[in-house]
Design a protein around this ligand. Structure first.
Ligand code: FES
Length: 282
């Protein structure tokens, strides 16, 4: 399973974009050295110790570490800020979900150098209640390319043996958090706006909150909708199908792929079953 990943900087011409979005703007977010590959590489070039060196060092070394760790951007006051670099536990999400109006909780993290977002949804509690109640649960839906071509169904995680490790469990999913637009790193609830408000609507539309949000050009993703879609390996151009969360708005061509995981005791550990799915950024 030795596969090395390399980060690439943003395309030329995007560095000067300054768009206000929520309570912090893009320039401020860049300063926190979290949201873009360009930001990461700049930080590394300056010799800073933090996300950049952690990310790039482990990814080039092909780490076999399966544990997922919280990652907290500098200056951020997200709920898990005092758990920075500590292993993700189910208890941490359950505690946060218990004080959320929707019972949902999400956090950014790192797995063997790869950026991830873990999202807790009270699926078991709500899955048999009527959708109109507006109570969040995971939904398995059809996936379509940006051109409208049908790709497949989220139900394949229940129907096909090859996707068995992606079956919903422990009220949680984990996604590989690189935006398929220009490879920024979306955050969960890192900014305050309509897309990240703590409320939920069914159907995988762009309405309602609790989306992950890419601050670079405002792509949004609904982590409660699991679909099948098609992406492209950035290095060799080959297309591949994957199971992931739905893109609900913005310029990204498709959503972000799932990462299968297990819960070992209390600790959340990722499984390297679908490494090819994480190649759309290089
Ligand atoms: S990189 Fe452009 S929307 Fe995410």
């Amino acid at each position: 399973m030795a596969r090395n990943f390399k980060l690439r900087p943003l395309e030329r011409g995007t560095e000067g974009i300054h768009e206000k979005s929520g309570t912090i703007d893009r320039r401020e977010f860049m300063r926190m050295s979290f949201n873009t590959a360009a930001g990461l590489i700049t930080t590394a070039a300056l010799g800073s110790v933090g996300f950049a060196s952690f990310l790039m060092g482990q990814s080039s070394g092909g780490s076999s570490d399966s544990s997922i760790k919280f990652y907290v951007p500098k200056g951020s006051d997200v709920w898990y800020s005092n758990m920075d670099k500590q292993p993700m536990t189910m208890q941490a999400f359950e505690d946060e979900a218990a004080i959320s109006p929707t019972g949902m909780a999400g956090a950014a993290g790192l797995w063997a150098g790869l950026p991830i977002i873990a999202t807790y949804v009270p699926h078991e509690e709500n899955k048999n209640k009527p959708l109109e109640a507006g109570l969040p649960r995971f939904q398995l839906m059809d996936g379509y390319t940006a051109g409208g071509a049908y790709v497949g169904s989220g139900y394949e995680i229940e129907e096909k043996e090859e996707y068995a490790s992606l079956n919903i469990h422990d009220n949680m999913i984990i996604v590989f958090a690189r935006c398929p637009h220009l490879c920024c790193i979306p955050g969960w609830q890192l900014v305050s706006n309509d897309f990240t408000a703590d409320n939920w609507l069914p159907g995988g539309t762009d309405s309602g909150g609790n989306k992950s949000f890419c601050i670079c050009h405002s792509s949004r993703y609904d982590h409660t909708v699991i679909e099948k879609n098609t992406a492209r390996n950035r290095s060799n151009g080959q297309e591949f199908d994957f199971i992931g969360v739905k893109k609900t708005g913005g310029p990204a061509p498709y959503g972000m792929p799932l990462i299968p995981f297990t819960v070992n005791g209390e600790t959340i550990e990722a499984l390297p079953d679908f490494l090819d799915w994480y190649t759309f950024c290089g």
